[in-house]
Structure formats: C-alpha cells, structure tokens
Design a protein around this ligand. Structure first.
Ligand code: CIZ
Ligand code: SF4
Length: 319
C-alpha cells in the first residue's frame, strides 16, 4: 500500500505537469480509479468516458481502459493527445469483428441501419450509422424501430439478443461475445440465488440469456452501480467484471456484494470475471506513458471523420 501511494503521488504529479486528465473505466485497477477521482478526472462507463474526454479542457487525456476507449476519445477530440498505459489492451468483441469482414456483412445488407457497440475499432465505427453503448442501446434501437428501420447489429450477440427481445426490432446480428461476461453461468447463479433468497441480482447484458433471465436489474455498469447505491436490499449478486466492485464498495459501504458464478468457480475459465485487457492497466505503465508521452492513439483522418459522425449521432441523441 505504501508503494501504491508513492506511485499514485508520482502519477498525480505527472498528470499535473503534463496538463493531463485521467479518464478511467470501472473495470480497471482500483488505484487507477481512485487516482482519477483524486486528480479531477473521472471513473465511468464508456458513454460517460467519451463525453467527459470530449468536454474536458485538458489538451492531454490519459485513458485507462481498453483501446477502443482511447480511440473514441481521439475520434471526438483529434486536437488532443490521447495517452494510454498500453495499446495491447484490446477486447474480444473488437478482435472478433475485423473491419473488412464487417464491411462485407454491411454490403450484403444495404437495406439495414448499421448499429455498432462501442466495443469496436475506429474502422468498424466508420462503416456504421450509429454507435451505442449498453446504457443507451435500448433507447436508440427503439427509436430506429419506431422510424421503421431494420437493423444490422454488431458485434455482441448477447447484448443484441437482449435488445431485440426488449424492443422487438428486426435485427440481423454479428456473432461476437465478451470473454468475461460470456462465462457467467445460469444454473450456478440459480443455486446461488437459493442461498441468498433476498439478494438482488444485477446483470450486464453482455451475459448469456440464462443469466439475464435471472436478473432483477439488467443494465450498463453505471446502471448496476446505481442499483446497488439505491437498492433496499442488503445482498447483491453482481454479474459483470469484478473490477466494478471497487466503486460499488466505495459508494455503498456496508452492502454485501457477491460475485456471480463463472465456470471458474470449481472449473476453469479464460477470464473468470475480470477482463485480462482491462487488467493490463496499472500505475507503472500509466507513469511510463505520462513520462514519455507514449504510447498515444492515432486514427487515420478519413476513418476518424466517419467514425466521429457515428459517435456524435449517439452523443446528440443522449444529450
Ligand atoms: O464490458 C465493457 O467493456 C463495458 C461494459 C463497457 C462500457 O460500456 O462501459
Ligand atoms: Fe471487451 Fe469484455 Fe473486456 Fe469489456 S470486459 S473490454 S467487453 S473483453
């Protein structure tokens, strides 16, 4: 802890010296989340991160999260420098949706509005009409359906199915998934619920249907945090990346937070409720990128402009 405090102080000084602000996701290391809040930055979901980065006066953004979050910041603020602790931090949804294959899929279905999740590359966003995050996807797809549009959705198949069921929209789907949320297990969750009959079950919609069906609250990371803060229950079973527990404990001290079961409880899974790419962010590589000014995000200008239009549509709609 003493060492972490020293590293945090060093990072805080570097942020100040660079005139940079730290924008962190709920899934990254707790020290980074605390540092962001202590230095005037933010801890947020991907929608709030995008808006905060765009609107903040700082000319340098340090983004602790995964690559698409840094890219989104750069797309919205090309004049700013966007530093990341590592550019290796990607996402299985982004990896599973290569821009060329995605463009071919879109070309084959020109009659559909193309809606993509935030967890995609700049090139995929450049091919889309709308970007959405899990906190506004239902609203935006509902809006498009009301206008009579059919939808091509990518890349998360679980989130897509959830939105399809909720809105009744005609959605053709890419078959991607998140290696973290995909591991939550319905049968084991049912057994856990029987152990904690009073618990509220909070589920991120990137989880499989069997898990979503057992939820009391289905929502984005911000919505799940709100559910813990405002909920009347004492016990909460949480089916999302366990990095979120740090912020939940701070905002709702005294409540009992229980991780939803993954294949890892007794068996093995690839990523047992914590994203290996989010976990690549730490105080040391944050310090290193602030010292050296690298790595930083670059996005090809024609791609950036098209991706910006797609993201801005969402930001304007949700403003
Ligand atoms: O799983 C993710 O990467 C999430 C939940 C991103 C977000 O929207 O905050
Ligand atoms: Fe991607 Fe899942 Fe990691 Fe989020 S938690 S960045 S969706 S792999």
């Amino acid at each position: 802890p003493a060492q972490a405090q020293a590293l945090k102080a060093q990072a805080a000084e570097l942020l100040r010296a660079r005139g940079a602000v730290l924008v962190a996701h709920y899934y990254v290391d707790g020290h980074l989340q605390d540092l962001a809040l202590e230095t005037g930055g933010c801890v947020a979901d991907s929608l709030e991160m995008a808006r905060f980065g765009r609107d903040h006066a700082a000319q340098t953004l340090a983004v602790a999260g995964v690559r698409f979050m840094g890219e989104t910041a750069k797309i919205l603020s090309p004049e700013k420098t966007v530093l990341m602790p590592t550019l290796e931090a990607t996402c299985s949804l982004d990896l599973g949706c290569p821009a060329d294959d995605f463009a071919a899929f879109c070309d084959a279905h020109p009659d559909r509005k193309v809606v993509v999740y935030a967890n995609t590359s700049a090139a995929v966003k450049a091919r889309a009409d709308w970007m959405v995050t899990s906190s506004c996807a239902l609203e935006i797809v509902g809006h498009l359906k009301a206008q009579g549009h059919k939808i091509l959705w990518a890349p998360d198949r679980h989130l897509g199915r959830y939105i399809q069921e909720q809105t009744g929209a005609d959605m053709l789907m890419w078959q991607g998934d998140c290696i973290v949320h995909n591991e939550f297990k319905g049968i084991e969750l049912q057994l856990l619920k029987e152990q904690y009959p009073q618990a509220l079950v909070l589920v991120h919609p990137e989880s499989p249907r069997a898990v979503v069906e057992l939820a009391d609250v289905v929502g984005s990371t911000s919505a799940l945090i709100k559910a813990v803060v405002e909920g009347q229950a004492q016990d909460y079973i949480v089916a999302t990346d366990n990095g979120i527990l740090h912020r939940m404990r701070q905002l709702a001290p005294g409540k009992n937070l229980i991780e939803a079961p993954t294949a890892g409880n007794g068996a093995t899974c690839k990523s047992c409720a914590h994203c290996p790419w989010m976990a690549m962010n730490g105080l040391r590589n944050l310090i290193s990128c602030l010292e050296s000014g690298s790595p930083s995000i670059t996005v090809d200008e024609p791609v950036r402009q098209r991706a910006q239009a797609c993201i801005t549509r969402m930001l304007d709609f949700t403003a």
